[in-house]
Design a protein around this ligand. Structure first.
Ligand SMILES: *Cc1c(COP(=O)(O)O)cnc(C)c1O
Length: 376
């Protein structure tokens, strides 16, 4: 990991706890919560987030990376770790042997895993109710389940599906799919097949206010205060707080250029007035960029400054008009400085991407501290 000392991200674990309690309220107090911490906890720092979630209390964690799961185990995370379908049958077997709960998505994989295991291991089965990606299609899932429970060495501890919908207009579709999963589980139960855990709802369904009969929900977006929808509609979103609080750097150099100076940075050339240029040790290597033709601000001393250029390891900003700006000054790339704020949505909009994609670009590029640590 590339940890620039002058630059860091701050996460707000109070916001995480708040969002978790809101999720529990939406899901109902009796629902188990599986926290999705895939992709470095949606870019927030998987270890800090997993430790916090374990302390606050969730029932399990879920990721799509065996490496991430292993990291957490070696760092004191004792919660059950579900692995979303993530790799080849060989690694799926390995994951089961190491005590993680792998997902089996079809009979071929299930058979391979069953035959490779030397002793019983916990697994979850995944059914596809209509997303059209991973899992046994619901129409053939009954046969899949009946076959798998007869395979050796597989202890089917759970069965789940995933029904995300980015467009709020598709919520009817999702509700129908959710109901089809409930019917499927009820039918299985009537035939004598029951499982300790069933799960179908993620952030979209929860924030849309749906309820279902499963014993658990598996949430990511909502925990981090992120909207799972393409447009931020929905009452539910307003109750969430952003966990990614800020990304900050420092001015490492300031250059004053007199009127008439012929400087290239930011395409200024033959200056019509004096300019002060500040340099930060953040660049494309840290996921930062400056979209051509768009203004992108950062905050210095509570005021907006225009980004002039972003190169591999440096960003230059226009400090003209910022009184007293000095090297060592904090520069806010994301978050609040006095009265001004740069939200994830602002940055996403400037970059022409979704907020979660912004987090993915910055993920792992900054040392992450918790907001509490920063205050003390
Ligand atoms: C990522 C993921 C989730 C969590 O979805 P969110 O929209 O982030 O709440 C749930 N289930 C599966 C299978 C996933 O891959």
């Amino acid at each position: 990991m590339n940890l620039e000392k002058a630059s860091y991200a701050e996460i707000d674990l109070g916001a995480l706890a708040h969002n978790l309690s809101y999720v529990q309220q939406l899901a109902g107090q009796d629902k188990q919560i599986i926290a999705s911490i895939k992709a470095n906890a949606y870019g927030h720092d998987v270890l800090l987030v997993a430790k916090a979630l374990q302390e606050i209390g969730v029932d399990a964690l879920a990721t799509g990376s065996l490496d991430e799961a292993r990291l957490l185990r070696t760092q004191g995370i004792t919660l059950p770790i579900l692995l979303f379908a993530f790799s080849t049958p060989r690694l799926t077997v390995q994951a089961a042997i190491e005590g993680y709960i792998p997902t089996l998505t079809n009979l071929k994989v299930a058979t391979t895993v069953a035959n490779a295991l030397k002793k019983p291991a916990a697994v979850y089965l995944k059914v596809d109710v209509g997303l059209g990606r991973l899992g046994e299609p619901i129409n053939t899932a009954r046969y899949f389940v009946e076959e798998v429970v007869n395979l050796p060495n597989l202890r089917v501890d759970g069965i789940y599906t995933h029904v995300p919908f980015a467009q709020v207009s598709k919520s009817d579709w999702a509700e129908r799919k959710l109901q089809s999963f409930d019917r499927f589980i009820t039918d299985l139960g009537n035939a004598g097949y029951t499982f300790p855990l069933t799960q179908a709802m993620a952030s979209c369904c929860l924030l849309a206010g749906f309820l279902d009969q499963s014993s658990a929900v598996c949430v990511g977006h909502a925990l981090y205060g992120l909207s799972p929808f393409e447009s931020d509609s929905g009452e539910g979103i307003n109750h969430l707080k952003p966990v990614m609080k800020s990304v900050k750097s420092k001015l490492i150099h300031i250059a004053h250029h007199a009127k008439g100076s012929d400087i290239a940075v930011g395409g200024l050339y033959g200056l019509e007035r004096a300019h002060t240029v500040g340099v930060l040790p953040v660049g494309m290597a840290h996921g930062f960029c400056r979209p051509p033709g768009k203004d992108m601000p950062v905050l210095v001393r509570g005021q907006k400054c225009r980004v002039l250029s972003v190169s591999l390891e440096h960003t230059t900003i226009d400090l003209s008009g910022i009184d007293g700006a000095d090297t060592g000054d904090s520069v806010t790339l994301l978050g609040r400085d006095a009265e001004e704020i740069i939200t994830l949505a602002t940055l996403a909009d400037a970059w022409g991407i979704q907020p979660l994609e912004v987090l993915m670009r910055l993920s792992g590029k900054f040392s992450v501290r918790t907001a509490e640590t920063q205050a003390s």
